[in-house]
Design a protein around this ligand. Structure first.
Ligand SMILES: [Fe+2]
Ligand SMILES: [Fe+2]
Length: 279
């Protein structure tokens, strides 16, 4: 199977890029499944049922998130009732929402559908998606991602060997260590959060596709998707500023990963950096 992972979608320009570029990418890469990090989809901070709905309508099957999870209070609605929305696994027990899910994919252009427990209908191939957050230079401090991810992966592997992990973290060392730690146990570990795409895509020795950061989807003529001036002013003066979402040079960043259905091992990983033509 072939999946596309889309790096942090920032604001309306990011949602617009997904809407306009995904059909083309789906055709070009014959995609079976699309996962996107949506933590910045609402005005650059957080996610709402409306922005998530737009992303799903654009053809994304599953949305992951990260440290901006709580920026919009409407996120509670997604955490409570949207199975296609994941939050980092390593929040304390009792936090609403969930960190992983197992979804069916029906091949080209299929839609995901997790059968109810105990449902005996014959089902298609399945993919597990896991969202985990790092702890180095990250707020808030969460539970140990290594310990919890390993337990969760063990559980998921009882149901499918095709497992995609979005590791939302800042430090390259933590991300690389996490990829190496899960090598051979999952199909892919792709990092998010820094909004800067790295050039270290590779298949690790155990068969796990790895990329330290997918980059972000939105306006690249800015600072990580925001207007440049307020960011410089904050660094210059230390005074808080309002960071508006930037506008220009909109790009979709991510990675296309091909996975062997039978073994769950990655066959290839290719970075994606696709410009939205100026309207
Ligand atoms: Fe982000
Ligand atoms: Fe983040």
């Amino acid at each position: 199977m072939k999946l596309l992972f889309i790096g942090d979608i920032v604001g309306q320009p990011g949602r617009n890029a997904v809407k306009n570029l995904l059909p083309k990418l789906r055709e070009r890469h014959a995609l079976d499944f699309v996962i996107a990090n949506g933590e910045n989809s609402a005005g650059g901070s957080g996610i709402t049922p409306r922005t998530a709905g737009e992303i799903f309508d654009a053809g994304v099957d599953i949305i992951t998130s990260g440290d901006h999870l709580w920026d919009q209070k409407e996120v509670m609605e997604l955490l409570g009732g949207e199975k296609r929305f994941l939050r980092p696994l390593n929040y304390p027990a009792g936090t609403p929402g969930r960190g992983s899910g197992i979804f069916e994919f029906k091949g080209r252009g299929g839609s995901p559908d997790e059968p109810a427990r105990g449902d005996a209908r014959p089902t298609g191939p399945k993919i597990a998606v896991l969202n985990v957050q790092g702890r180095t230079f990250m707020q808030p401090p969460l539970d140990n991602p290594f310990v919890l991810a390993l337990e969760e992966v063990k559980r998921l592997r009882e149901r499918t060997k095709i497992i995609f992990v979005d590791f939302h973290a800042e430090a390259t060392s933590e991300k690389i260590a996490f990829g190496r730690f899960l090598d051979g146990q999952v199909s892919a570990v792709v990092g998010t959060h820094t909004h800067v795409q790295t050039a270290d895509e590779q298949i690790l020795p155990g068969g796990t596709a790895y990329l330290t950061d997918a980059g972000f989807t939105g306006p690249h003529d800015g600072c990580l998707g925001r207007e440049i001036e307020p960011v410089i002013k904050k660094f210059l003066t230390g005074m808080p500023q309002r960071f508006e979402v930037a506008r220009n040079r909109v790009q979709l960043h991510g990675a296309v990963i091909e996975i062997d259905d039978a073994t769950g091992k990655a066959i290839s990983i290719q970075r994606v950096s696709e410009a939205l033509p100026a309207m």
